[in-house]
Design a protein around this ligand. Sequence first.
Ligand SMILES: Nc1ncnc2c1ncn2[C@@H]1O[C@H](COP(=O)(O)OP(=O)(O)O)[C@@H](O)[C@H]1O
Ligand SMILES: [Mg+2]
Length: 303
Amino acid sequence: MNNSKAIQVSGLTKYYGDLLAVDHISFEVPQGQVFGFLGPNGAGKTTTIRMLTGLTRPTEGNACVLGYDLATEITRIKKAIGVVPETSNLYDELSAWDNLVFMGQLYGVPRQERGERADALLRRFRLWEKRNTPFAKLSKGMKRALTVAAALVHCPQLVFLDEPTTGLDILSARSLRALIGQLRQEGVTVFLTTHYLEEAERLCDQIALIVKGRLVALDTVEGLKARVWGRATVEVTVGPSAEERLRFTAEDVVTALRLALAEAEQQRRPVLSVRTVGPTLEDAFIELTGLSAEVMLMEKGNQ
Ligand SMILES: Nc1ncnc2c1ncn2[C@@H]1O[C@H](COP(=O)(O)OP(=O)(O)O)[C@@H](O)[C@H]1O
Ligand SMILES: [Mg+2]
């Protein structure tokens, strides 16, 4: 087993009855990376996390997490990792501090260290003033922050975060992203699922694109973008009052520009400015998955 890999996955598969939720995926996550698992709702992201963290058993395939075999050493894996589930696993009636101490107990943090750890995490997450507040009474952003704090109580080397910023206000989401950056600096490996292209682009060393349970691509942001180079994107800003940007991608700049100008003309709107833009992660996503970027914004139940 190669120890520089935090996670090694081979042929991991999950059926729910007839539904193939995760379809023979294989990938490796090097230690110390922020690894993005990016895909629309229902793609199989949570199911993958649930398998890798021992919450549900794979139908086929196996994985190695922090050097431990998923099939036979799940207890060791569970002790070594931190998990931030989609829905918080903390207790509504316990205070912020008590939740952290309790979690420390579950993870086997020595009794005398639990309180100190809880104090340090509450300060780090700017929740010190809320230390005596029951979890249920915290704001959404604070709840998420405390849930992340709880996953770090035993100083894990690998943390799974399932859509940590979904549903958060801009400021809370921003501070959580900053924290993910800090974890990376501390050498912690982060497995992050998200359906936000921009978040993945900003945070991740590598991105796995997952659609309908299948791994469509795995590369760095630059690597993914490079796959759509050779195509040109032109952006025209149209007016007159409510400015709007129209983007067109074609095989070459001239064709893209013609398309953009034709659209502006058809809308009878004056062109205020024109620029060529390099491929975005969104362009790469569209090209590699055949889906529209709007698919990512669909919430559960609208698919
Ligand atoms: N416990 C379950 N029982 C049956 N189907 C499930 C269950 N959990 C998830 N699914 C289905 O598996 C697919 C993948 O779901 P999920 O892993 O939650 O996707 P994501 O996290 O990417 O939104 C979806 O079609 C979902 O409806
Ligand atoms: Mg999910």
